[in-house]
Design a protein around this ligand. Structure first.
Ligand code: SAM
Length: 191
């Protein structure tokens, strides 16, 4: 639980706690070391399901170990492919998609998310979301290419039609050193 108001990631969790229900089908668009995937698998319970994507084998391995340890493997599909292809794997309505953009800390290769594929993944997510489903995007600008990606994402989401989507920006405006920023998008109806 968030105790102090210092990180957007904690604000994100406070919000996700409210909107994800047992039995939901959700997506972790950036699996990494599996912290979010594990969190989501616990939240959706034994009747829910998590699709989790990453382009690095290392992410699959470490996430798979975490899930096994917690006895959660059967409610998660780990997919070694880009989130931009999520529509090839998911044919059901989903209630939440979590993006944690940027690179995997301590990984062998500096593989970061990229503007074009991130936008395509957001577009796909918007289509797959059920009404009142939510996309959460944690955005980091401190690494090379991070600011460019943020600008692309902002340009895309700020032009989403207000009658179809609610788009919220959340950021600490008095913190130094490029603190992460959060965007939450709620789908209002079918489009
Ligand atoms: N949420 C993760 C966790 O709980 O550990 C951390 C995610 S990390 C900041 C970003 C991840 O996005 C990296 O593991 C990277 O390999 C992955 N990534 C990069 N491009 C991707 C793509 N096109 N599709 C899916 N994942 C991608």
């Amino acid at each position: 639980k968030a105790k102090y108001l210092t990180k957007v990631i904690d604000i994100n969790k406070l919000y996700l706690e409210q909107i994800i229900n047992e039995g939901d089908i959700v997506v972790d668009a950036t699996m990494g070391n599996g912290y979010d995937t594990t969190y989501l698998a616990k939240k959706v319970g034994k009747n829910g399901f998590v699709y989790s994507f990453d382009v690095q084998e290392q992410a699959i391995q470490s996430t798979s170990k975490k899930l096994e340890k917690e006895g959660l493997s059967s409610r998660v599909k780990l997919i070694l492919d880009g989130h931009e292809n999520m529509d090839k794997y998911i044919d059901k309505e989903i209630s939440c998609v979590v993006f944690n953009l940027g690179y995997l800390p301590r990984a062998k290769h500096m593989i970061t998310t990229k503007p074009n594929t991130t936008i395509k993944a957001i577009e796909n997510s918007l289509k797959l979301l059920k009404p009142h489903g939510v996309i959460s995007l944690a955005i980091y600008t401190g690494h090379e290419g991070g600011l460019e990606e943020k600008n692309h994402v902002y340009n895309f989401v700020k032009n989403l039609n207000q009658s179809e989507f609610n788009v919220l920006e959340c950021k600490f405006i008095n913190q130094i050193n490029n603190p992460p920023e959060l965007i939450l998008i709620e789908k209002k109806k079918e489009y």
